[in-house]
Design a protein around this ligand. Structure first.
Ligand code: ADP
Ligand code: MG
Length: 408
């Protein structure tokens, strides 16, 4: 059996015309000799009747502290609805199809409701249905605990479902279908000439995704990478080849005529972060104070980023919605923190960054030319980050994209 996993995001399922295009992709796979396993997200985006965000609002408007277990039960309905509709669409076209929930598909998770981790997959049920010649449609984003509780996998969870199933079934490939023609050098919603990448490494897309490129979830990429299963990001509404995610450096991929011609792979951005600054008083025991700050954050489950510890000052960022809580904790610990809400993180990602001098110089120049102030910066061997004010986020991404000639 040649298994192909095809995952379709919410916008791909939003109306009957689009679902017909989804069905065409499934039928194409069958004609090519594949046994397709179709993973679906909930239909549409916030505001659409059964989109995940709509379901959340439905109960959180009644009571803000909805129990996580009940929230997961509700959220799992979004994919059950889209899966049922997809099965009907396929059946209507004469394709035998069956819907399995996460639990029925054998996706066993831990019991962290709202952000559950897959502990293993028991694929027998899926395989049995495939052997009968049926298209197996699986509800994305959800699983089941050992004792039958329904869980969800966190945002972007359908990508994780697709990749986990792909690995468990040793699929020939995992195709992530969405509303853009592949992975691009930046979010096409803010950079008009963002370029589609033919090939990208698991590592580069993982970094971009962790830094906010929401075209695919980083956890999903990490899972596919474990077994080296080819991952492709494609468009539901076109026949474009999309982007292949592999282990091979794009420079060395077949058909490429040059080695090392691209230093930067892409740019990602994360809005809505708050910068927190704490001055440590002369008389304080500095190592103790620093420990106290970060222990305070950890105990409150606040994840910190962009950390910079200097002799007199500690800087870091938290998500805007956690800023108030973070500041209160710091005040209670006896600090006097300053906070700058409404910042954005911009990440320049590329395997070549570490070895090439002048990347930061070009970055600083591009931002200066656009009158953008760098509030903070950091770097690793694959990424350079800058923190800017929210109103500078879009022009910053655009000017860096131009400076590094990523659209060419
Ligand atoms: P789906 O509902 O299909 O999962 P998502 O909204 O999660 O779709 O992901 C697709 C969106 O990701 C695109 O519409 C695009 O705006 C955004 N995106 C952000 N960064 C990138 C990038 N580097 N390449 C392609 N798309 C990107
Ligand atoms: Mg998505």
């Amino acid at each position: 059996m040649r298994i192909l996993v095809q995952k379709f995001g919410g916008t791909s399922l939003a109306n009957p015309e689009r679902r017909a295009q989804v069905a065409a992709k499934v039928s194409e796979a069958i004609n090519q000799g594949y046994s397709p396993v179709v993973v679906v997200s909930a239909i549409g985006r916030s505001g659409d009747p059964y989109a995940t965000d709509t379901l959340i609002k439905m109960v959180s408007s009644i009571y803000s502290e909805v129990p996580k277990r009940e929230m997961d039960l509700l959220l799992s309905c979004g994919e059950i609805i889209s899966g049922s509709i997809m099965v009907s669409t396929l059946q209507g076209l004469g394709l035998e199809a069956v819907l399995l929930t996460g639990g029925q598909a054998g996706i066993i998770t831990n019991s962290s409701f709202g952000d559950a981790r897959i502990v293993r997959i028991e694929p027998e049920n899926i395989l049995e249905q495939l052997k009968e010649g049926k298209v197996v449609v699986i509800t994305g984003f959800q699983g089941m605990t050992e004792n039958g509780q329904i869980t969800t996998l966190g945002r972007g969870g359908s990508d994780t479902t697709a990749c986990s199933i792909g690995v468990a079934l040793n699929a020939e490939a995992i195709d992530i279908y969405t509303d853009v023609e592949g992975i691009m050098t930046a979010d096409p919603r803010i950079v008009q000439d963002a370029k589609i990448l033919d090939v990208i490494t698991y590592n580069d897309i993982c970094h971009l995704a962790h830094q906010g490129a929401k075209v695919i979830h980083p956890r999903a990429v990490e899972i596919a990478m474990q077994k080296n299963i080819p991952l492709r990001v494609k468009c539901t509404f076109s026949d474009a080849p999309g982007t292949l995610v592999t282990n091979v450096q794009p420079d060395l991929a077949e058909g490429s005529d040059m080695i090392g011609d691209r230093i930067i792979t892409g740019i990602a951005h994360t809005p809505n972060v708050t910068q927190i600054k704490i001055h440590i008083q002369e008389e304080e025991n500095k190592p103790k104070a620093i420990t106290k700050i970060f222990k305070g954050m950890a105990l409150a489950d606040i994840s910190v980023d962009f950390i910079s510890v200097q002799p007199e000052t500690v800087l870091y960022t938290v998500r805007d919605e956690l800023a108030k809580k973070a500041v209160n904790i710091l005040k209670n610990l006896g600090f006097n923190p300053e906070s700058a809400p409404g910042c954005a993180k911009i990440a320049l990602v590329g395997g070549g960054i570490a070895d090439v001098p002048g990347v930061m110089a070009n970055m600083a120049e591009a931002l200066a030319e656009s009158g953008i102030e760098i509030l903070q910066s950091a770097d690793s061997h694959t990424t350079i980050w800058v923190l800017v004010r929210k109103e500078h986020m879009v022009p910053a991404v655009q000017s860096l994209h131009k400076k590094f000639e990523l659209g060419i």
